[in-house]
Each structure stands twice: as structure tokens, then as C-alpha cells.
Ligand binder design. Sequence first.
Ligand code: PLP
Length: 354
Amino acid sequence: MKWEENVRKCVPYVAGEQPNKKNMIKLNTNECPYPPAPGVVKAMQDMDYKALRLYPNSQVAPVVNALAEYYQVEPDQVFVGVGSDDVISMAFLTFFNGKEPILFPDVTYSFYDVWADLYRIPYKQIPLDENWHIRPEDYKIPNGGIIFPNPNAPTGLLEPLEKVEEIIRSNPDVVVMVDEAYIDFGGTSALPLLEKYDNLLIVQTFSKSRAMAGLRVGFCIGSKKLIQYLNDVKYSFNSYTMNLPSQALAVEAVRDDAYFKEVTGKIVKTRERVKKELTALGFTFPDSYANFVFASHKSVPAKDIFMALREADIYVRYWDKARINNSLRITIGTDEEMDCLIDFLKKYLANRAE
Ligand SMILES: *Cc1c(COP(=O)(O)O)cnc(C)c1O
């Protein structure tokens, strides 16, 4: 068809499957296994449906203000979007318009290359070292911008702040984005570096540590100038990105810091226990600082384990991709869920060994 010549063709991102089975154990998309804060639940029950008649606040001011107060920055340093996917996509469109390729790791969040292709941004994937770490030296080449997650996904590895800063310091002429989707599980945020670098954009999300993947709330913090540019693009795209209920409920999540710390603390504790149990079963993995582990077994191929788990309605994530096709990304669920996983693996591996 002639009209097809003018279609913007792209290869879409493939999200983890969202099965909806009774009694399934879902450890494949890094959701939080615990409910959102009690204040969120209450606000949802008390919500006045008549308010839905009106457009929501286009600046997402309630959430922006709550986050500014929580992270001790100015409200005009905060941008809120519909999940951090929306924030990052908008930031790619705003900041990555140079001729040089943007840089990100070869093993990383698999949405970055999708957005780059969508917006026709040239990019170069920089190989992680043999231990799956980022080498800052590799990011000292001509480029049109940089993005990497810290901790990285799907490895779970956290880079120390000195390394993050080395990358930012070496790239004053482009925007550097640090995707901190998993920073609340024991990592150190790059937020203090904002005082020194006006080209740094830090992206976080409510989807993992704040148990609100279903509400779609993400945000970024940066210099006023960066946020102003980002808002100009957002308002040129869609003024009312975030719906009214999400705005009201996100505020409640930020308000309850005790619950937030309790939940992330529990997940970290479960993660450390699961690491020991997986090691005892013959698995190895990078030392994760996220709410998942990226595990390989010493003798059984990851794909076989993935299929067997799936058969038992235990869902984990597997990619049939170079370099990572012998690893499973296992989200940390509740203690009970992880006990079921470990029990299954014990039996399965014992059977295979016979
Ligand atoms: C989950 C994730 C995101 C996006 O999450 P949202 O649900 O869109 O906020 C972004 N980056 C990384 C590395 C992630 O793992």
C-alpha cells in the first residue's frame, strides 16, 4: 500500500506478561508484593467521583509539591509523568537531539533502544565489563547524551556514586540521565549531585518501591532549566497527562514515609535471605541492590527452569538474547511466595540430577 511508506515504523517494547491466574506467583515484572500505603487505600475509598467531571491539575502540582518537600528540592526542579516510562520518553524527545549517538549499556533496560529508534535518535550500546559493571572510561567519547539505570536492570548491580559522578563530570556538554527505578532498595541516590551539575536528570518511579505500578506515576528531578525544557515539550504534547485519582493517591504514598521504609526494608530482608537459598541450590548472580535477582544455575539452563516454573504458575522473566540468555530475573515477592519458589526449585533440581 502506498500510504504505508509514510507510516512511522517501529519495533515496540515487549513488557513482561501479565497473566491473571488464581494462585499464580508473579515474580516477572518487579512489582511490589505488598499493597500501597494505608493512606492511599483510604483516599481511594473516600474519593469523590463527581470531581472526575473536571480536568486534573495540568502541572500535577499536588504530586510535584509533595515530592519537592520530601526530597528537599524546589517544586520547579520536579517533573511528574505517567510512570517513569512516560518521563524518560519525554526526556529523550526533549534532550536527545544531537548528531552524535546517545550512549547506554548493552545490557540494560530494553526500552532505551526502542525510544531511540522511535524518535530516530542515533545510539551506541556500550558493553558492560565481564562482571556486568559500567566502566566510566567508556563514556568519555563524543556523544549526544547518556542514560543508564542505577542499580542497573536486569543485573541489579549498583554503581558507587563516585563512578556515577565521573560519568557526569566527563560529560558537561550533554544531558546525563540516571534511571533510579530501583534506588530505594539499598542504593545511594545521585540526588546530592544536583547541586553541582545542571545537566543531570534523576528519574524515579512509584511502580516498584511505592507499590503503585497500576497507577502509573513516575518523576524526575533536575535543574530548573532542564525541568522547564521538559515541561515545554510536555505541554506541546498533552497538557493533562496524569489523571485526577493518580494525582491524589500519589500524594498519599509520599506522605506515609514510615510505611514506605517498612515495605522496602522487608523486601531487602527477603532478598538477602533468597540470595543465600539460591546460592545453596547452585545459583550464581550479581550482588543485587534491587527488588530482583538475576540468577544463573551452574548446570541447568535458565530456559529449562523458566519453562518448568511457568508450568507451575510461577512467573519469572527470561530473555532469549545474547549475553543474558542463561539468566532468570526473579522479582522478590513476599516471604511465602519466595518459599514456594525455593521449594519448587529444590524438587525440580533434585529430579533433574537423578
Ligand atoms: C520499571 C522500570 C521503569 C519504568 O517504570 P514505570 O512503571 O514506567 O515507572 C523504568 N526504568 C527501569 C530501569 C525500570 O526497571
